[in-house]
Design a protein around this ligand. Structure first.
Ligand code: FHN
Length: 430
């Protein structure tokens, strides 16, 4: 009886401990979280065999292409003009500090050499090379961090059994244990073979809300292989135990234009939000809804002011080139970063919430006031707590007049040439 009671206690204790969250991030991970937040700006890349069709990464699903027909695309995928150096330079000159690339999207095609599926770029295409390995080497050389997007959802694998009813945490059809093991095997490859990888970006959870994804095992494995790795999951929910950052899709933290962000209240983890440079993730030949450099800068600044990183997505073409509309826009963003990046890198969001005129980013005793929507001859910063000793324009160090009251600070902008994109004022505070 005594033995039974102690077993019951252990079971109860373990269950409640796990329910409260058992993950204690390692020191390397805590340091990586700081570094991640310091980087602020990353390049998201959606690239796969779907790029050949120029209709986005959901083309197989949206156009009802049977899996066996879709798989033929692998036979035509020869990105001869892919050049890891060019991609990394493209990201660097835009002011980006990290790259997150699709290693495997929902179509199940692995864009890296893997022993665990023949359906991969090295074995199934005439290209026979591993672009992610080239990218990993180049990123390491250039001091750019590499993260891998990894889809949980798979439209083609029989063990995943897309469309199957879910019962008792598993698809009725398929072989769930085999699928979970497959993901663990691939994730082990991605973390151990590709030097320098610092993040895993999961996506597709939302397709099966009532399945057991075995996150405790998967996240545990990743952190055992490399405790520093930042795990994020685009499940559009509050972060789960074992995750290292919270992500938002097409919404700045606190917004919910997409309908995805309603259940993901802002928590204490580092934040990241992703958005597309046009309207598509994967290459879409028909999508001309290009965002302007000003829109992209505003998104970046808006994210930084809300304490989040901005991961800007491009879908490269099937030949491995990045289309000129993207390179042109990001060259302008890069020029802006050359002049203004001190107000972005290494900053955190202010306790002052976003205002009609813009946002504030903070680095130690410096606060950067970003005026993106000028309001007239002054702006008001409500609830400014620290005493302001100096206000200057970041662009030319000219001093600005200000008045501090218990309710906040007025900064007078009359007589100064406002920047059409973002007028940055540098406040020194005590
Ligand atoms: O279905 C995917 C989509 O293709 C793309 O990868 C985005 C990126 O955030 N995430 C999913 C939709 O939530």
């Amino acid at each position: 009886m005594k033995k039974l009671l102690s077993i019951a206690f252990i079971v109860f204790y373990t269950a409640t401990t796990f329910a409260q969250g058992s993950y204690a991030p390692a020191q390397e991970n805590l340091e990586q979280r700081q570094k991640f937040q310091d980087m602020k700006f990353g390049l998201f890349i959606h690239w796969g065999i779907y790029s050949i069709l120029g209709d986005g990464e959901w083309v197989m699903h949206n156009k009802h292409i049977p899996y066996d027909s879709y798989k033929r695309l692998a036979g035509f995928f020869t990105p001869q003009q892919f050049n890891a150096k060019e991609w990394v330079q493209f990201a660097k000159s835009a002011g980006m500090k990290y790259i997150t690339i699709t290693s495997r999207h929902h179509d199940g095609f692995s864009m890296f050499g893997t022993k665990f599926s023949p359906y991969n770029i090295v074995d199934a295409t005439p290209y026979h090379k591993d672009p992610l390995m080239e990218l990993a080497r180049e990123c390491e050389k250039e001091g750019i961090e590499l993260h891998f997007y990894y889809s949980l959802l798979d439209w083609g694998r029989p063990d995943y059994a897309f469309g199957s009813e879910i019962r008792n945490g598993k698809p009725v059809k398929g072989d769930w244990d085999s699928y979970i093991q497959f993901m663990k095997n691939q994730l082990t490859e991605l973390i151990t073979k590709y030097r320098g990888v610092k993040g895993i970006w999961f996506d597709g959870d939302w397709e099966r809300r009532n399945v057991n994804w075995h996150y405790d095992e998967i996240y545990g494995l990743i952190h055992r292989l490399n405790p520093a790795i930042m795990i994020g999951n685009n499940h559009h929910l509050a972060p789960k135990d074992g995750e290292d950052f919270q992500m938002f899709e097409k919404d700045l933290p606190g917004e919910n234009h997409t309908g995805f962000s309603g259940d993901s209240k802002i928590g204490a983890l580092p934040l990241e939000t992703c958005e597309t440079i046009n309207g598509s993730w994967g290459f879409n030949i028909n999508d001309n809804t290009f965002k302007s450099s000003k829109q992209i800068i505003h998104y970046l600044v808006g994210a930084a002011g809300r304490n989040a990183n901005f991961l800007l997505n491009i879908g490269p073409m099937p030949n491995g080139k990045i289309q000129p509309e993207f390179t042109d826009t990001l060259a302008i963003v890069g020029k802006w970063m050359q002049k203004n990046s001190e107000s972005i890198y290494d900053t955190r969001g202010s306790y002052v919430p976003p205002q009609p005129w813009g946002v504030i980013t903070v680095k130690g005793k410096t606060q950067y006031v970003h005026i993106m929507q000028p309001q007239g001859n002054y702006i008001f910063i409500p609830g400014q707590k620290e005493k302001v000793s100096k206000a200057v324009l970041l662009s030319n160090s000219n001093t600005l007049k200000f008045k501090q009251l218990p309710e906040g600070v007025f900064i007078y902008t009359d007589g100064i040439a406002m920047d059409g994109v973002d007028t940055v004022i540098k406040l020194t505070v005590d």
